[in-house]
Ligand binder design. Sequence first.
Ligand code: HEC
Ligand code: HEC
Ligand code: HEC
Ligand code: HEC
Ligand code: HEC
Ligand code: HEC
Ligand code: HEC
Length: 689
Amino acid sequence: MSRRVADLLLLSVAFSSSCARKPAESAVAAAYADPKTCVGCHDAIAKSYAETGMARAFGKATPTSLSLENWSKNNTLDHKISGRFFRLEQRGGRYFLRRWQAGESNVIEREIHYVMGSGNHARSYIHRTPEGRLSELPVGWYPGIGFAMSPGYDRPDHQDVRRKISFDCMFCHNGYPDLPAGAGKPTSEPIWPGKLPEGIDCQRCHGPGRAHAESGGQQAIVNPKKLPRDRSLEVCMQCHLETTSFPLPNSLIRFGRGAFSYRPGEPLGGFMIHFDHAQGREGKFEIVSSVYRLRQSACFTKSGTLQCTTCHDPHRVQRGGAFDAACQTCHVSGPHNDRPNCASCHMPKRRTEDVVHGVMTDHKIQRRPPPGNLLAPIAERHEAPGQGYRGEVALYYPSDLAGRDRDLYLGIAQVIQKSNANGAAQLESAIIKHSPREPQPYFALATVADDPEPWYRKALERDPDFVPAMRNLGEVLNRRGQFGTALPLLERARTLAPRDPPVLHELGLAYRGAGRLAEASNVLIESVKADPEFPEAINSLGLILAERGDLTGAEQRLREAIRIQPDYAEAHLNLARVLLSRDQSAAAQMELEAAIRWKPALTAAHEALGGLAAAEGRWPESLARYREALRLDPTSDRAALGAGSALAALGDFTNARSVLERVARSQDPEVRNEAKQVLEALQTGRYRN
Ligand code: HEC
Ligand code: HEC
Ligand code: HEC
Ligand code: HEC
Ligand code: HEC
Ligand code: HEC
Ligand code: HEC
């Protein structure tokens, strides 16, 4: 078996692109006042509001903000299924998360810079990289439990330290950040360079208040109480409406709207559109569910007046009794109108499906609580797009969306997270009917079309600067080996988004395919500089260094990719190949076994193990490895060649011959020739192993 480094497979990872958002960010600074300016004239409200969870939903990590936790007790987690240890530490007034694997290998340390969540129910720790990316750390904190894995992390291949804080996370959990002009475009990933607000401030519910404050209160400011019911509810719904946090999608921002451009008082449906499961998940209960569940209550649908503020005063922390009085405003003469704590029976606390350590109030007001133990512990459920819910995506809010908007947004929602297998036809007919001017519908259809190219091209006809379409089309062309076509497209994408790591990565792959290895490694180095925690780019760089003969550099990069993502199977495989060409077969064997542990279906790793066993004369093992590879990929000629050779070596000439005769017709000349040689040896009786 030849082990030339040139055989190294380039295993790039498809980069998922969620539906892109358009900027049009009017400068926050122009219309909004510094949140502190409200305090001077509204000090009583400001003081009581500061105590609420909302006011403390996001902030810097300080000894005061992090005083709920005990930083020296039960602060080490042995997360067996991912093979990783985590420790939270406080050192000199600063906070850190350390992650390592057995034998102190693959150590990573991250400072905790921010905390998201007051800790009333949970909190997440946030690290800010020097480039301004925010990432959620794998360990969070829960009252009554202490440190535990963050939601979504209880799995072998979790996102570790790489889960980025998206625009929607920040939208729901903080005041509006003042992003530089142009940031928040679909062409840029969420980067937070400047000062961040610390907590949800008055203006998220009252709208921009600068003119009001500077005029001493003369200029009007939004008071939700004076808005019609729907507009007033929507002030809360902007953050409290989430139909689901599992892939569906829950919502889409309208084309042309910036991520932070909603203003209280405008119709929420003019900014974003919400979707729901069409069937099968009627009883779901998730962490952000107050709006969704309340809207199912008879109290809500039949009163016509019930709102969040009927029961809640958002300016202050409320306790139990406050709610009975609210019920009694409508239920004046009830069957048991004097029974205290109405909510304990009619709005029970329940464990949520998506945050399994979380217990929240069920806002669906019912006669009797749902059956069963509502607080029983449950296991975490993981649903990748297209693997959880499979069915129609229904319109949820605004329910009266009609015509073109309904067809297009609903069409996109069917496909953008691969929920509806029949969604592509629905979206395509919406596109044909309305010929939209925006690139997003074409882009969404491309992500699920059998032939994505024409749809990406149509997206680019509508908006020639739509970088996500350039990047994805470049990836399609690279995969098809059309590097010459991919190159100009990706070069143009780079001029528009010069520091976009996935664009640079894809461009690097195109250069490599075109045989321009020096340029490939330069642009991959840029990609890694732009995001030093982008394992795919580091892996690709390692491969190219290997191809250029720099095995030491290659090994170093591949080990770095694995340090960042210990479950990165392709990087283990590639490292094994580099180690093999450095004659370190024992170390290579370990890497190959790691590759298979993380990705049992990685055919190439089974083949490489078969080759390694063959090279060392372990023929029964070699045969077994190749057979496993063939089971996974019956079309692999390399695996068949290996199996045939192993059979021959084991003396089973009849079966060896029948396998090898098939391989001798392979498309791959190298495989074909090798098969012919073994067959000839068998024929002439010269076969020796
Ligand atoms: C210089 C003093 C001053 C500052 C600063 C100020 N306000 Fe006011 N605000 C007032 C006055 C005066 C009123 C009218 C009070 C009244 O009529 O009861 C008012 C009324 C309001 C109202 C009720 C409006 C209505 O129509 O019912 C809201 C809401 C409000 N302010 C929010 C804010 C917010 C948010 C900020 C910070 C961005 C802020 N205010 C800053 C003085 C101020
Ligand atoms: C900018 C997003 C946002 C808006 C707007 C918003 N909320 Fe919240 N709300 C949150 C978040 C996030 C939390 C959880 C905060 C935490 O504890 O970390 C929360 C928590 C709460 C709580 C729990 C108690 C507390 O003080 O934390 C209540 C009650 C609440 N919100 C009611 C409302 C009502 C009523 C409205 C509308 C008038 C509203 N919220 C508007 C995001 C928002
Ligand atoms: C649609 C808006 C929305 C999005 C998106 C969202 N959250 Fe939340 N989150 C909320 C609201 C609202 C609450 C409070 C839920 C409640 O009390 O009913 C909450 C609760 C939380 C809490 C617990 C706070 C407490 O009550 O102690 C944490 C931690 C949290 N979210 C983190 C995140 C992170 C991290 C992300 C991004 C990955 C995220 N959330 C995305 C709206 C959102
Ligand atoms: C989570 C949303 C939310 C936040 C944050 C918020 N408010 Fe309000 N505010 C409201 C709502 C809702 C009303 C109307 C209350 C009602 O219906 O009685 C209101 C009413 C007011 C009023 C009018 C007084 C009244 O009783 O009608 C003032 C003044 C005010 N808010 C100031 C502030 C200031 C100052 C802050 C920041 C310290 C702030 N609000 C933060 C939602 C909010
Ligand atoms: C704004 C008015 C209003 C408020 C406030 C309100 N309800 Fe209701 N509630 C109604 C109406 C209207 C109905 C429907 C009555 C009917 O079907 O005839 C209802 C129905 C109910 C039902 C029967 C539900 C069913 O499905 O049959 C219960 C139980 C209930 N309410 C309890 C409460 C409790 C507990 C509170 C406070 C936490 C509360 N309500 C607050 C208006 C209200
Ligand atoms: C009929 C009364 C009622 C209405 C209306 C209502 N809530 Fe609540 N809410 C409650 C009760 C009761 C609790 C539990 C409070 C406690 O245990 O301290 C609660 C708790 C919450 C919490 C804290 C987290 C949790 O789940 O325990 C949030 C957030 C919240 N409500 C948001 C909202 C929002 C947003 C709306 C409007 C869509 C709303 N609520 C409407 C009664 C109400
Ligand atoms: C100890 C539990 C408990 C408490 C506390 C409680 N309820 Fe109920 N309530 C029930 C049960 C159980 C029913 C259903 C009776 C049935 O279905 O026959 C009910 C029924 C109702 C109904 C529907 C009645 C009808 O005939 O349509 C309303 C409205 C209601 N409760 C309101 C309230 C209010 C308001 C409070 C607080 C002042 C309250 N409940 C406190 C257990 C409770």
